[in-house]
Design a protein around this ligand. Structure first.
Ligand code: ADP
Length: 265
């Protein structure tokens, strides 16, 4: 806890006393620290690919200037690193956009079922590359909620993409959509979308931290799969804006289920 302590002597006609006031600065300090950590994390995340790029540029301008085989190899790596920086910057922009408009609640009616169908179509090539079967189950009607079409598309893209990336090759990802007249988490009518994979699962102590920016269970695996560590932070902010929830159920060795719960309006 951080307090600012102020004392003041008060002298009146009849008495003298001292006023001591305590101002709780804990939250301000925490926000300041979070901001500093965030800037440090962003710098670190961007510096890694940038250092690689600078190293390869130097080599291509010097010792490897006339080596065409090395040039092709280095340019391929540089392309991967530049794309990685591009993804990080893109995700940071998405995050700051959703943080900026979190107070305004979306007002258009959107159809969750059709959003899921288009997400499945978009991710089909990624799933096919890993021989993963994407299965959509559940309702086709009554899946309209008040929401932002682009933001909800981003939520489901991030979650289904994770399920494909962190699930096994030749596995299955099931996406199940159900209506609840009284969803216990929201204590009211809601639509729930469960995205379940057959991956290695996540140990319990990681689960509460997964939506923190840049938090990864296995950094190497995340980077290898092209992850930025920002996907679930974006999901959380978008769902907050929709008064929705993200529930994560997972057991190490037993796959994971990420559930999105959105209120009916
Ligand atoms: P990333 O870009 O690294 O995938 P996310 O914010 O989307 O970042 O996810 C954070 C971390 O949560 C991932 O690095 C991964 O360790 C873990 N994770 C997310 N989804 C899954 C999943 N379906 N199965 C196992 N681990 C997951």
């Amino acid at each position: 806890l951080h307090f600012d302590v102020k004392t003041r002597a008060v002298i009146t006609k009849d008495s003298r006393y001292v006023v001591v006031s305590l101002e709780d600065k804990t939250e301000l300090q925490e926000v300041g620290e979070m901001r500093r950590n965030f800037v440090a994390n962003v710098s670190h995340e961007l510096r890694t690919p940038l250092t690689a790029l600078l190293g390869f540029i130097e080599t291509l301008m010097g010792p490897a200037a006339n080596d065409s085989a090395a040039r092709t190899r280095f340019l391929t790596i540089m392309d991967t690193e530049a794309k990685r920086m591009n993804r990080i910057v893109g995700d940071l922009l998405s995050l700051s956009r959703v943080e900026a408009d979190r107070r305004v609640r979306p007002r258009s009616l959107v159809n969750v079922d059709s959003i899921l169908r288009s997400v499945i179509q978009t991710l089909h090539p990624l799933a096919a590359a890993r021989h993963v079967n994407l299965r959509l189950e559940g309702m086709e009607e009554d899946s309209e909620v008040l929401g932002d079409q682009d933001q909800l598309t981003q939520v489901f893209t991030n979650l289904v993409e994770n399920a494909i990336k962190y699930g096994p090759e030749n596995g299955e990802v099931s996406i199940c959509i159900t209506a609840h007249s009284n969803e216990p988490t929201l204590r009211g009518p809601a639509v729930r979308i469960d995205i379940a994979d057959q991956g290695e699962g996540i140990a319990a102590h990681h689960i509460p931290r997964l939506t923190e920016r840049f938090y990864r269970v296995d950094s190497h695996r995340s980077r290898e799969m092209g992850g930025t560590g920002l996907g679930l932070a974006i999901v959380k902010h978008i769902l907050n804006r929709h008064r929705g929830r993200l529930r994560i159920e997972s057991h190490a060795g037993n796959g994971s289920c990420f559930s999105v719960i959105l209120p009916y309006n």
